[in-house]
Design a protein around this ligand. Structure first.
Ligand code: ACO
Length: 426
């Protein structure tokens, strides 16, 4: 409960924290030494939790930069492995660095054979995110001699292990839930080709990876790799600020991503297309969406930060059309319905006036469905991509010698001090 009080006028002079682009901040760390008042911002909408040089977003203008490079250019000129290298190290790899990084990542994909046994402890109907969360945390037990967070080599090794191994665990989680044998990673396949291989190959039946589909997966991964201080990244940083090992930190990130308000929107958009059922029902559905008493929102539209076209959704729209053309799915009724819904909503005054555009989740769910990826794996794929961002943000934080444990304060609204009554007096 928030206790509203009369307005408080404070006059303190605080130092500023400069930015390269975007809003600067004022440093309120020592606010309590100037006044007995605390800053109150439960959703952190006006609070910068850190300084970071990894990702920049301008939601008004629809800009997303990684290490200064626009996502639109990265998506056209680089692949997910190059983006991973960029986020981790701060620079794009040279050809030699790229080849060596690909080779190293391919070698790290394999899991210790004992990890197979973990899966048997889960029920067959377990959600892949639950398996991912538990197994990633347990991975630390295999690297107990390399978990010194003060050691730069240990930190970087753990970061690469996580990026390389999370796809294998995610794919095995899926295979486990459908009762199929685990498929081992193939060293000669690219990061994205290998994901398709581990999901769809079976012993005795070779799976030939279609390059158009691998490119679509690669693009989805690139567009979900990092998004500055979102909820799951903040969870990773918060756990990391205690000195916890990186596997535990990423497991916390996976748990946060699992929440429907964060990683589950593309699944919800797909459910909505099914619920609408056919193109004729779109106008009636949109009438309900516009009625505030209905509690229904158009899933896959709008964004808390972007008040313009999300640059990532433009790219995914192109990938979506490439995929349906490659697979000959132009006549698929669900995909057709989604395109008609997009057309009608983007021309509708309600959405134009409120600057509500199709977001990344509108198209990613459609692409994943067209590729034959089961809905239970949608958030797990997001986790594969975001692991790159989580470990980059964790590396940035742990390499800062001034890192402090994140420990917010509170405004206490409970009882004042009072005596404990005896049992008879209660
Ligand atoms: N459908 C209908 N109306 C909407 C929608 C929507 N999807 N999104 C916002 N609005 C309306 C609001 O009702 C409000 O209308 P009003 O001014 O008449 O009261 C107006 O647009 C402004 O909305 P906000 O409240 O400022 O939007 P907010 O920032 O709270 O919400 C959010 C952002 C949660 C993403 C919202 O747009 C939404 O629920 N979208 C659908 C879910 C979705 O696709 N989520 C994925 C986001 S992308 C990502 O996480 C990777």
């Amino acid at each position: 409960m928030t206790h509203q009080h009369p307005e408080l006028s404070l006059s303190v002079s605080l130092p500023t924290v400069q930015s390269t682009i975007g809003p600067a901040g004022f440093d309120q760390r020592h606010l309590t030494s100037h006044s007995s008042t605390l800053a109150f911002d439960p959703g952190f909408s006006s609070t910068a939790s850190c300084c970071s040089g990894i990702t920049y977003i301008d939601g008004e203008k629809g800009i997303l930069l990684h290490r200064g490079y626009p996502i639109e250019e990265l998506a056209l000129k680089a692949d997910f492995t190059e983006l991973t290298y960029l986020l981790l190290s701060g620079h794009l790899p040279t050809r030699l660095e790229y080849v060596s990084f690909c080779h190293e990542m391919a070698e790290l994909r394999i899991l210790n054979e004992q990890i197979r046994n973990f899966f048997n402890g889960f029920r067959r109907d377990t959600h892949p995110m639950a398996i991912l969360c538990g197994t990633v945390a347990a991975l630390s037990t295999f690297y107990t001699d390399e978990l010194d967070t003060n050691n730069r080599d240990h930190r970087e090794f753990a970061a690469r292990q996580l990026v390389a191994k999370v796809p294998t665990i995610a794919a095995w989680a899926y295979k486990y839930t459908i009762g199929e044998p685990f498929i081992y990673p193939e060293e000669e396949l690219s990061f994205s080709e290998n994901i398709l291989h581990m999901l769809f190959a079976r012993p005795g039946r070779r799976y030939n990876v279609n390059p158009v589909l691998a490119r679509a997966i690669d693009r989805i991964l690139m567009l979900h790799a990092d998004h500055e201080q979102n909820a799951s990244t903040t969870a990773v940083r918060l756990v990391g600020s205690t000195g916890a090992n990186p596997f535990a930190c990423v497991s916390a990130g996976i748990a946060a991503l699992w929440g429907p308000a964060h990683g589950g929107a593309n699944e919800a958009a797909l459910d909505m297309f099914h619920q609408i059922g056919s193109k004729e029902n779109i106008p009636a559905f949109l009438t309900k969406v516009k009625d505030k008493t209905s509690g229904i929102r158009l899933m896959g539209f709008g964004h808390r930060i972007y008040r313009n076209v999300d640059p990532r959704s433009k790219l995914l729209r192109t990938s979506f059309h490439e995929v349906i053309e490659t697979l000959g799915l132009e006549r698929d009724p669900l995909l057709d319905l989604a395109m008609e819904l997009e057309r009608i909503a983007t021309e509708d005054e309600y959405f134009i006036k409120r600057k509500l555009y199709p977001n990344v989740d509108f198209y990613s769910g459609l692409i994943l469905k067209a590729l034959g990826i089961p809905t239970s794996m949608f958030t797990a794929l997001f986790a594969i991509a975001r692991t790159t961002g989580w470990v980059s943000q964790w590396l940035e934080m742990t390499s800062n010698p001034n890192n402090r444990i994140m420990r917010p304060r509170q405004i206490y609204t409970g009882e004042e001090a009072r005596p404990v009554p005896s049992m008879d007096e209660r």
